[in-house]
Write a protein that binds this ligand. Structure first.
Ligand SMILES: Cc1cc2nc3c(=O)[nH]c(=O)nc-3n(C[C@H](O)[C@H](O)[C@H](O)COP(=O)(O)OP(=O)(O)OC[C@H]3O[C@@H](n4cnc5c(N)ncnc54)[C@H](O)[C@@H]3O)c2cc1C
Length: 415
């Protein structure tokens, strides 16, 4: 008999896993359990089109409302999984029900870092879910006055760009690091993005660690206090200081975790019938030889597909080149590969015009990552270059005549 499969977390990874199982012919039961009381939706637009007000709830849906019924997926929205019993092979739900599994997928994602301050003033928000986005969008249209975004990551910068460009709001980005996008982009891209934001009127303050959110007597936020004594006036504050993997459930069940639930390159945890995928999973990368946890849609989708094919008996591994995108002002930023420690950056195109590709090489000259701004075709080629056995050298990319498409064609002919 086909195994009974239970999925915890009904977002990008969980839904993709369920869909892939059906595509690959799994005929047994699939139960998809999600804490949020909504149909599964896309998260990236929450800081972009949805925050702007130009995208409706319906447009966000990952699958049509009839998908789960037609695919015979028992979708349980608004239900939280509280515990896993690995010996009895069942999970306990907040409804009191115990649900048996043959295979369990943990697609529990991530949650915002907790801010170390009790009783946050009114007008202070985080952004992770659709409910958060609806609250924040409503507040941004009803609360007048300056906005402060704490944190200099992609989501923070997207929000700053959205409010500055479309609503002409006064926005300050407070960033504790020496530059924005410290964890996720090269110094070259960070400089380009900072310049664009400043040109558009966003105040970016680096090396400013926010320590406390201050309030008026009414309880409404009035300022953000920084470690050096600076107070930045604020009527609305977004805490965008990053996320933590949602691993409590796995940890309580005795599964090894370390910045995410530890899985191998087939997305399997230490327990052979429990898998993890997406933002919650810390996987062993076949590309870099290192452990990694990624926070992007591509990773959630691809890991879910790999796990589904492994469950269906195929000998598949997660070897995909990671990539993600971000939209800010007139910039479409796309990154392919993993930027571990770039020691040489070759720029193609025109940085000043914000139409460029930054090729990053390791100290041994191997291509690690390619960041592009407004060059979507180059991004596609870069992904294929990074996946190819024969990658270009720094000298080849530096040639004015370098053409990634032609290089790929020649490389493929040699493979
Ligand atoms: C505002 C925003 C903008 C983003 N923009 C981009 C972008 O431009 N490009 C990009 O590639 N990525 C972007 N991301 C990141 C991307 O959305 C995540 O990488 C992706 O959502 C990960 O999917 P996931 O399924 O692993 O986890 P999540 O999407 O975090 O979903 C996990 C789900 O599991 C549920 N859950 C957790 N624990 C339990 C439990 N015990 N019981 C039941 N349910 C549970 C949660 O409620 C949640 O619904 C963005 C994220 C945000 C928040």
């Amino acid at each position: 008999m086909a195994p009974s499969i239970v999925i915890v977390g009904a977002s990008h990874a969980g839904v993709q896993f369920a869909a892939a199982l059906r595509e690959l012919g799994h005929a047994g039961a699939i139960t998809l359990i999600g804490k949020e009381a909504t149909l599964p939706y896309q998260k990236p637009p929450l800081s972009k089109g949805f925050m702007l007000g130009c995208m409706s709830r319906e447009n966000l849906l990952l699958r049509s409302p009839t998908f789960f019924e037609s695919e015979k997926i028992d979708f349980r929205p608004g239900v939280e999984v509280l515990a896993i019993d690995r010996v009895a092979k069942h999970i306990t739900l907040n409804t009191g029900e115990k649900k048996n599994y043959d295979i369990l997928m943990l697609a529990t994602g991530a949650r915002p870092h907790a801010w170390p301050q009790a009783n946050l003033p009114d007008g202070t928000f985080t952004l992770r879910s659709l409910a958060d986005a609806e609250r924040l969008r409503h507040a941004a249209t009803t609360i007048q006055g300056p906005i402060v975004v704490v944190g200099g990551g992609y989501v923070s910068l997207e929000l700053a760009a959205t409010w500055r460009k479309e609503h002409d709001r006064e926005v300050t980005v407070l960033n504790s690091g020496s530059r924005v996008l410290l964890r996720s982009a090269s110094a070259e891209l960070s400089d380009l993005v900072t310049a664009c934001h400043r040109e558009q009127g966003v105040k970016i303050l680096s090396n400013q660690r926010a320590t406390r959110i201050l309030s008026h007597d009414t309880g409404a936020v009035c300022a953000v206090e920084c470690a050096g004594g600076l107070n930045i006036p604020a009527a609305l504050v977004v805490l965008g200081t990053g996320v933590l993997p949602e691993q409590d459930l796995a940890e309580s069940a005795g599964l090894p975790c370390d910045n995410g639930i530890l899985v191998d390159s087939q997305c399997r945890t230490e327990d052979p019938v429990i898998f993890a995928a997406g933002d919650c999973a810390n996987f062993s990368s076949r590309l870099t030889g290192q452990r990694q946890r990624l926070e992007c849609v591509q990773n959630a989708h691809d890991q879910a597909r790999v796990a589904a094919s492994v469950v269906m008996g195929q000998d598949t591994y997660y070897t995909q080149v990671p990539w993600f995108w971000s939209d800010q002002f007139d910039m479409k930023i796309q990154t392919a590969g993993t930027l571990i420690s770039s020691s040489q950056c070759i720029v193609r195109g025109d940085i000043e015009m914000r139409k460029c590709a930054l090729y990053h090489f390791s100290s041994t000259g191997s291509l690690q990552a390619v960041e592009t701004v407004n060059m979507p075709a180059e991004h596609i080629h870069a992904r294929r270059l990074l996946a190819s056995v024969i990658a270009p050298t720094p000298a080849q990319v530096a040639e004015p005549t370098f053409n990634p498409k032609l290089f790929l064609q020649n490389a493929l002919a040699c493979e």
